[in-house]
Design a protein around this ligand. Structure first.
Ligand code: ZN
Length: 196
């Protein structure tokens, strides 16, 4: 994703509002500033990849020594993304678990990385993979698991208009190879009410 130039998107949003509502939108107080708000909204919801990399690195740089060999689960993470096909919002319920390898990271950091990585126009499947790559790269843990349920605006408010959702998961290391660790992960999701 290239950096979004403010001036370009501002001009495009004026064009969008004009083509939808004609010039009279300027006379309606409710539309005053609407193109600028749309532009600001997308620049808030879609960050340049370099900025995402920078924030993730900052969040994951600080880890702490620990002897723990447990499955650690960060439940109830909420994030918003944008679908690349319609540029409509996707709401995510996320659980991330990992088995540390001598170092642990704060649960809030996992949430922050999940929220930041979602700020792209990206398929849910690819979002989960990117999140998994970041965890692999920075946490150097024995294994990790990610479960993401996505509620897609483009399925809910247009097209088939269902309340349908997608669930995508990714398992790596001990979470993939060791059934006991994997079961522990899913059990902890249940106990913590993690997908809500
Ligand atoms: Zn879509």
């Amino acid at each position: 994703m290239n950096d979004i130039k403010k001036s370009d998107i501002d001009i495009a949003c004026v064009g969008l509002v004009k083509s939808l509502f004609g010039n009279w939108y300027k006379e309606d107080e409710n539309f005053r500033g609407t193109p600028e708000r749309i532009s600001k909204m997308y620049r808030e919801m879609i960050l340049p990849k370099e900025e995402i990399n920078r924030i993730v690195e900052k969040q994951f740089t600080k880890t702490f020594p620990s002897k723990s060999n447990s499955v650690i689960v960060a439940p109830g993470i909420k994030a918003f993304s944008v679908c690349p096909h319609h540029l409509l919002p996707i709401e995510y319920d996320i659980v991330i678990g990992y088995q540390p390898n001598l170092r642990v990271v704060g649960a809030s950091k996992l949430a922050r990385v999940a929220v930041t990585t979602a700020k792209q126009a990206i398929l849910q499947e690819d979002y989960v993979l990117e999140l998994s790559e970041y965890i692999k790269q920075y946490l150097n843990c024995k294994g990790h698991g990610i479960v993401v349920i996505g509620y897609h605006g483009c399925m809910r408010c247009r097209g088939i208009q269902t309340q349908g959702s997608f669930c995508v998961s990714e398992l790596a290391g001990s979470f993939k190879d060791n059934p006991k660790i994997r079961d522990e992960f899913y059990k902890l999701i249940d106990i913590s009410g993690g997908m809500k």
